[in-house]
Design a protein around this ligand. Structure first.
Ligand code: OGA
Ligand code: NI
Length: 355
């Protein structure tokens, strides 16, 4: 199997090798530990320019709002995915966040090593692949993960190098949290729930920033940046500077997500699937890599607070729609991924009630 790791990269922290380091070595092929079995390689995706795009500026218009709610409803039902434009976050705030992230990953490993962690419960965590200690096959990605809402609680944990990381990322995380609260109202309305549903829980919800770096890769067809997965939370907002994300539709076809200047990507997570009692499914997605350009993506993962259980809304459980999910929390999910290989097992499957 390809699982055997070469060198000493698998030892906890001592001789960690990031994907950025490999790129600097100007390899012409990927090390063996990155080569996926043929069935898992990223072949056969369609470039689809028809994936839904929602213009949020129309929400303010009383006559147009119902039409936007309907567009969101269809996008959530069909894909669990859409892009948003005119979302209110200034281009400069998005660009600063991408720049701060990019500069962080450009730092020499020695400057990042103190944040290295394979413990999913740590409040800040730098690493490569999914988990550099546990992974049998590696993914071509470096990442930094940290909590964000409320900023005052978490800012001290964030990197202090680059010196403007906290300021630039902080501006973006606050804006993303606010956008998430607006999007949740729209999505609840699209489920015919009260738009204020769970209002306080959402404002006090957990926000994890997954800051991803996919360096240019010499053999992008043999590997992935991230394997197919669904996000655990209610909603994920993704900011990216280059193509690479792919989503799977309900017919199990992969689609490349087009890059739209100024747009943000919205994805439904497992908690939304549970809350909606399966009306909306979380979207399966993966990240591909390319041979030309380093790609940065910033995924803002929103869920209810760590210990809060999410269960199907009682309004959405009836004779036609019997209770289909058990309750679960973000904390339950972390316990699950500490013990399981997430390439093999899916958390949402644990919550499904088989009829
Ligand atoms: C994630 C994720 C996609 C991307 O961080 O969960 O799916 O495009 N990222 O980087
Ligand atoms: Ni994801």
């Amino acid at each position: 199997m390809v699982g055997k790791m070469i060198g000493s990269s698998a030892s906890p922290n001592g001789s960690f090798t990031s994907a950025m380091t490999l790129t600097e070595e100007e390899l012409t092929c990927v090390p063996k530990r990155y080569i996926l079995p043929p069935s898992l390689r990223p072949n056969g995706a369609e470039y689809n320019t028809c994936l839904p795009i929602v213009d949020l500026s129309y929400l303010q218009h009383p006559l147009l709002r119902p039409q936007i709610i309907q567009e969101v409803h269809l996008a959530c039902k069909k894909f669990g995915f859409f892009q948003v434009v005119n979302h209110g976050i200034p281009i400069s705030v998005m660009k600063d966040a991408i720049d701060a992230a990019s500069e962080f990953f450009n730092l020499p490993t020695e400057e990042k090593r103190h944040l290295l962690s394979s413990n999913v419960h740590d409040p800040v965590r730098y690493g490569t692949s999914l988990n550099h200690v546990k992974d049998k096959v590696y993914f071509w990605r470096d990442f930094l993960k940290h909590y964000a809402n409320p900023t005052s609680t978490w800012l001290d944990f964030w990197p202090s190098n680059p010196t403007d990381y906290k300021k630039k990322m902080g501006n973006y995380t606050v804006a993303a949290q606010k956008l998430q609260e607006e999007l949740m109202e729209v999505i609840f309305e699209s489920l015919e729930l009260n738009s204020n549903y769970l209002h306080e829980d959402i404002a006090e919800g957990s926000q994890v920033m997954a800051v991803n770096c996919y360096p240019a890769c010499p053999e992008p067809d043999l590997t992935l940046g991230l394997p197919p997965h669904t996000d655990y939370g209610m909603l994920t907002i993704i900011l990216q500077n280059h193509l690479g994300l792919q989503i799977m539709d309900r017919d199990e076809k992969w689609h490349s997500v087009p890059l739209i200047e100024g747009a943000l990507i919205v994805q439904l997570g497992d908690q939304m699937e549970v809350l909606s009692n399966g009306r909306y499914k979380s979207v399966l997605h993966r990240a591909t890599v390319n041979s030309e350009k380093k790609r940065i993506s910033i995924a803002s993962l929103h869920s209810l607070a760590l210990g809060k259980k999410v269960r199907p809304a009682s309004e959405l459980v009836n004779e036609q729609h019997i209770l289909s999910y058990k309750e679960g929390s973000f904390s339950d999910f972390l316990d699950f991924i500490s013990g399981e290989d997430i390439v093999e097992a899916k958390y949402i499957d644990k919550l499904k009630i088989n009829s």
